[in-house]
Design a protein. Structure first.
Length: 228
């Protein structure tokens, strides 16, 4: 497993590693607003090969629902009585039962396929809560003979995006959508070694608390896969 690296601006720790057949992703956050966004509006991981003409694909899990109710749930608090924490745990387990599919999209956000979480494609994804953190894990095949695959090889470059939906706003304003390959933001940098690697990223302007709560999460990382 790769080691988690903390992105202060995003209040999330991320690990990306690979072997010759799969890329492994892990995202962990204890930030309340980010947890509620992910659970309420869905999370899409975008994979954009940089050294080939391979197509960008998006993998969405959890899938955004028409009526997102997770925003009303209490986030687990170590200072709350055990019965409150048990209630939170039960709600999470119920959510995971309901979220039993993963959606594959093209770069225009057009749905291509929906698969059950347990499938024969080699794609694996899941969310757990550990030590008051949301932990998201994803395993994606890079084998070219697979139904789902990323057209990238070990030692090549991959741009990875993490994007949620957005909460409904009282006054209409367009949210930030997935950007086409030519217009993707620069992103931070990260190596894809099995133990992770160094990364660097620029500072971002501070956002107001309300803006941070309402706006979707969207950030990108440039990854060089490890040679295997």
């Amino acid at each position: 497993e790769g080691s988690l690296k903390y992105f202060e601006d995003e209040k999330a720790a991320i690990s990306i590693s690979n072997d010759s057949n799969y890329i492994y992703f892990c995202l962990a956050t204890s930030d309340r607003s980010k947890i509620m966004k992910i659970m309420s509006t869905g999370l899409t991981v975008w994979l954009a090969p940089q050294d080939s003409d391979g197509k960008t694909i998006g993998i969405q899990y959890p899938i955004k629902r028409e009526r997102a109710e997770f925003g009303e749930l209490p986030i687990r608090d170590k200072n709350k009585p055990d019965n409150e924490n048990d209630r939170f745990k039960n709600m999470i387990e119920k959510f995971k039962v309901e979220q039993n599919e993963v959606l594959i999209m093209n770069e225009d956000k057009f749905p291509m396929n929906v698969y059950p979480l347990k499938n024969q494609t080699g794609l694996e994804v899941g969310i757990n809560f550990e030590m008051n953190q949301l932990v998201y894990e994803l395993k994606v095949p890079i084998s070219t003979n697979n139904i789902i695959n990323v057209d990238v090889l070990p030692n090549e470059n991959l741009k990875v995006g993490f994007e949620t939906g957005e909460f409904e706003k009282p006054e209409n304003g367009k949210g930030n959508g997935m950007r086409a390959e030519g217009g993707m933001p620069g992103g931070d940098e990260m190596s894809g070694g099995r133990r992770g690697g160094g990364m660097k990223g620029g500072n971002r302007p501070e956002k107001s608390n309300m803006s941070e709560r309402m706006n979707p999460i969207e950030f990108w990382i440039n990854v060089k896969l490890a040679a295997k």
